[in-house]
Design a binder for this molecule. Structure first.
Ligand SMILES: C[S@@+](CC[C@H](N)C(=O)[O-])C[C@H]1O[C@@H](n2cnc3c(N)ncnc32)[C@H](O)[C@@H]1O
Length: 247
């Protein structure tokens, strides 16, 4: 059983690596463009929750080109460790950190959110962005993420969401199924066409298996208290936060 889980987990990681491998160069610009300028708003809203806790050491999982890590460092003054499983994304992250002159404050590390190379309660705060749709077992991954946060530390997350209003869901569906693949291809070529075509069905499929109510409960079961939820941009964006349970 355990072996089966590991195999499927490894397959998910391989898939994510292949999907993101060709994206780093233009990732930040295109993520902003294809989210119609919303990604930056969502990111700021997530980071707001971390800033409030005045952390000194933060972990950012699925850090990619380190956009979140850079914002965390700038707004908190904390040291930040960024973890990601795609080497090319991390390389871009490293370059972005160097360009910002933040090498002393931000370190990037190759790794998987499902199996973090850190001791229990190492970090004062943790962020993870667009991660749970790429893991085999979101509940187990949440437990692993929570494990490395000290009691009382902040956990914050950013994800896509399917709008709950039927009206906006109709438009969201049209945008993700029709506009996104074409816009991706026009702005980023074949790699971004693949992502544009993949994203809509992947988001819908994820929430069919793990609805928002399930996710909130999964955070609690992972040992995260005071779970908060904010849906943004007509229900297409989701920011969640909470604090690591005190034993
Ligand atoms: C959509 S990108 C987001 C990058 C960054 N967080 C941002 O918002 O700009 C998702 C990232 O998750 C990473 N990823 C996917 N599955 C992962 C896993 N199991 N562990 C760590 N990183 C993962 C991918 O390599 C990719 O860089």
């Amino acid at each position: 059983m355990r072996r089966e889980t590991l195999t499927t987990g490894a397959r998910n990681s391989r898939f994510a690596r292949r999907l993101f491998n060709g994206l780093p160069e233009r990732y930040d610009r295109l993520a902003e463009l294809l989210s119609l300028g919303q990604n930056g708003r969502w990111r700021r809203a997530m980071v707001d929750h971390v800033v409030a806790g005045e952390p000194r050491l933060i972990l950012d999982v699925a850090t990619g080109p380190a956009g979140v890590a850079l914002q965390l460092a700038a707004r908190t003054g904390a040291k930040v460790v960024g973890v990601d499983l795609t080497e090319t994304m991390l390389r871009e992250g490293k370059d972005n950190v160097a360009r910002a002159g933040a090498q002393k404050q931000i370190q990037v590390v190759l790794g998987r959110g499902e199996q973090l190379p850190f001791a229990d309660a190492t970090f004062d705060a943790l962020t993870f962005t667009y991660l749970l749709r790429y893991v085999e077992d979101p509940q187990e991954t949440l437990r692993e993420l929570a494990r490395v946060v000290r009691p009382g530390g902040t956990v914050a997350n950013l994800e896509f969401l399917v709008p709950s209003s039927r009206f906006w869901r109709f438009w969201w569906w049209g945008y993700t199924r029709l506009v996104l693949p074409v816009a991706g291809a026009l702005t980023g070529g074949r790699e971004w066409f693949r992502v544009g075509r993949f994203l809509g069905p992947n988001i819908s499929g994820h929430y069919r298996r793990y609805p928002l109510s399930w996710t909130v409960q999964a955070w609690r079961e992972a040992g995260i208290d005071d779970v908060g939820v904010r849906t943004m941009s007509l229900g297409g964006g989701l920011v969640m936060w909470g604090s690591r349970a005190r034993a």
